[in-house]
Design a protein around this ligand. Structure first.
Ligand SMILES: Nc1ncnc2c1ncn2[C@@H]1O[C@H](COP(=O)(O)OP(=O)(O)OP(=O)(O)O)[C@@H](O)[C@H]1O
Ligand SMILES: [Mg+2]
Length: 263
């Protein structure tokens, strides 16, 4: 199977990039062919995966401008089975440039449809906004995975995201579904932690993943080591959280965890 998942939440710093990198890497370690498309001009996924941009490296921005470049933009990462399309600050310009473009919502889809059969899962790491780049990601995706930080006001903004998803479904991508909600940065020491988890679960019981990603120092350090946590410290709690999340993701998608199918 091949599935495209946009990792989105217009709220900043909730764990989108961390989830993209570490769920992607864990699925790759489990033998799935994974591509991460960095669709954020902050390029945190690019850096977190250890990709150093060469001068002639084709990035997401150039692919959006000219989708025929997509194949040349893909780079291998240190994690076996995990490739990426890197981003750069240039992507900021796309928000403006696309305004007057014909089929401006489909630029990323025009890229991804050329390569989707080469991967089991393609994750698109979105920026914290609901602008045209995120709309492109939602138009391309089969599903949206929503990281939510376990904190007070966690649910704030989810209704805006849902209404954007609704609009994209109505006008651009009728088959778009919600993949699930991932609870991130759970802090055991926080007195209200469990209350917040229960509140989020009661908001959307079916959608919220069983696996909770805890706040973990190894997860926090791994981007500065430019590695997914599983390569940085395979035995850390953070690494185990993301492996379990990958297993739950596969279970929910009815994909066997231990298959060695590469097609
Ligand atoms: N489980 C965790 N434990 C410790 N630190 C974490 C965890 N999850 C995320 N972080 C840290 O929190 C910060 C925000 O996470 P992240 O970059 O994944 O959020 P984001 O939603 O992608 O942010 P943005 O909206 O800016 O793209 C990062 O410094 C990241 O390393
Ligand atoms: Mg991010």
């Amino acid at each position: 199977m091949s599935k495209v998942i946009a990792v989105a939440n217009q709220k900043g710093g909730v764990g989108k990039t961390t989830t993209t990198i570490n769920l992607g890497a864990s699925l790759a370690v489990l033998g799935k062919r994974v591509l991460i498309i960095d669709a954020d001009p902050q390029a945190n996924a690019t850096s977190g995966l250890g990709i150093v941009l060469q001068e002639d490296q084709v990035t997401t921005y150039q692919c959006i401008v000219d989708p025929s470049l997509i194949m040349s933009a893909i780079v291998e990462t240190e994690t076996p089975n995990l490739s990426a399309v890197p981003s750069s600050i240039d992507l900021v310009g796309a928000e403006l440039e696309l305004v007057s473009r014909f089929r401006r919502e489909y630029c990323l889809d025009d890229c991804v449809k050329q390569i989707r059969d080469q991967y089991d899962f393609i994750f698109i790491d979105c920026l914290p906004s609901l602008g045209i780049i995120t709309v492109n990601a939602l138009t391309t995706a089969d599903t949206v995975l929503i990281p939510v930080q376990c904190e007070v006001f966690a649910l704030e903004g989810l209704s805006k995201l849902r209404s954007t998803i609704g609009l994209v479904k109505e006008h651009l991508n009728p088959d778009l579904q919600i993949e699930g909600i991932v609870l991130s940065m759970f802090d055991r020491r926080l007195r209200l932690g469990k209350v917040i988890v229960n509140e989020i679960r009661s908001h959307a019981p079916e959608e919220v993943y069983e696996t909770i990603v805890h706040r973990n120092s190894k997860i926090g350090e791994s981007p500065s080591m430019h590695k997914p946590v599983i390569l940085y410290d395979a035995y850390s709690k953070g690494s185990r959280n993301f492996l379990r999340l990958a297993e739950e993701f596969l279970e929910r998608n009815q994909v066997p965890v231990n298959s060695d199918d590469n097609g």
